[in-house]
Design a protein around this ligand. Structure first.
Ligand code: NAD
Length: 258
């Protein structure tokens, strides 16, 4: 029996490979979950879902721009219609557009917060509605909501004002959801990756060797983490092994924030 056997999971931003979402979706499926891989890049999400199915897992891909309320309704409606439940939501989709405050426009600020924070509000609200529903025993089914924040949501990082505000917002939002959902068995936790080798880092550190070297110097372990390092943390939080853990925050950062 897998650690997520019988669970229905939704991972947003799951198209990117290597990416934290795709890695998490693959890991969840390996442990028996039926995984919905969603992304605004439908072709990418379909490829990840097809690979999961080819490996013997259960998955489906859906087109999903997390900034769109209509898309959230469609995605959650499709999952609800097919399964009547949702056990795990991973709010993973995100962007990192880094710039010093002087160079950050209001538009850039709003866009970043829209993708990284407002989306999390919309998705979590809908997930909680489904997770609160009562099962055959008359109790709310509950579930696990995992918010992918960042070390930039915990400590000050220059050049990250909009990104840090969005990720710090996610961190405290997670705690409120934990408080409000606790008696219904809804757990909510935030995960704070450090530097993990994915496309987002390629974009953030592109053509900037000095920035890259300076960033590596901040990591006590001296190297970037792998997407699987985050996927394994997400797996634990999604599983019943974490049944007494809610409102907590977990760094996975090679010691960056120690
Ligand atoms: P990535 O760029 O590889 O993947 C992000 C995915 O999100 C992509 O598939 C992209 O298409 C999708 N996406 C972006 N905007 C979207 C939207 N509006 N609607 C739906 N999908 C959208 O990045 P990643 O490294 O896998 O990052 C995943 C999450 O982890 C992000 O929230 C990021 O902020 C966070 N994070 C990453 C790192 C890191 O070092 N990689 C560190 C800290 C936090």
């Amino acid at each position: 029996m897998g650690r997520l056997a019988g669970k229905i999971a939704l991972v947003t931003g799951g198209a990117s490979v290597p990416g934290l979402g795709s890695s998490t979706a693959i890991r969840f499926a390996q442990e028996g979950a039926f995984v919905y891989v969603t992304d605004r890049d439908l072709a990418g999400a379909e490829k990840v879902a097809a690979d999961i199915i080819a490996a013997g897992g259960q998955a489906a891909a859906l087109s999903h721009d997390v900034t769109s309320e209509a898309d959230w309704d469609t995605v959650m409606g499709a999952i609800d219609a097919r399964h009547g439940r949702l056990d795990v939501l991973v709010n993973n989709a995100g962007i990192a557009v880094l710039s010093m405050l002087d160079d950050t426009s209001l538009d850039a600020w709003l866009h970043q917060n829209n993708v990284n924070l407002n989306s999390v509000f919309m998705g979590t609200k809908r997930a909680v509605e489904i997770m609160r529903r009562k099962g055959d025993d008359g109790k709310a089914r509950g579930g696990s909501i995992i918010h992918i924040s960042s070390v930039a949501g915990l400590i000050g990082v220059p050049g990250c004002s909009a990104y840090a505000a969005s990720k710090g917002g996610v961190r405290l939002f997670s705690k409120v959801v934990a408080m409000e959902g606790a008696t219904d068995g809804i757990r909510s936790n935030s995960v704070h990756p450090g530097m993990i080798a994915t496309n987002i880092q390629d974009v953030a550190l592109k053509d900037n060797a000095a920035n890259y070297d300076a960033t590596m110097a901040l990591i006590p372990m001296g190297y970037m983490g792998a997407p699987e390092d985050i996927a394994n943390m997400n797996l634990f939080l999604a599983s019943d092994e974490a049944r007494y853990i809610t409102g907590a925050e977990f760094t996975v950062d090679g010691g960056m924030t120690a």
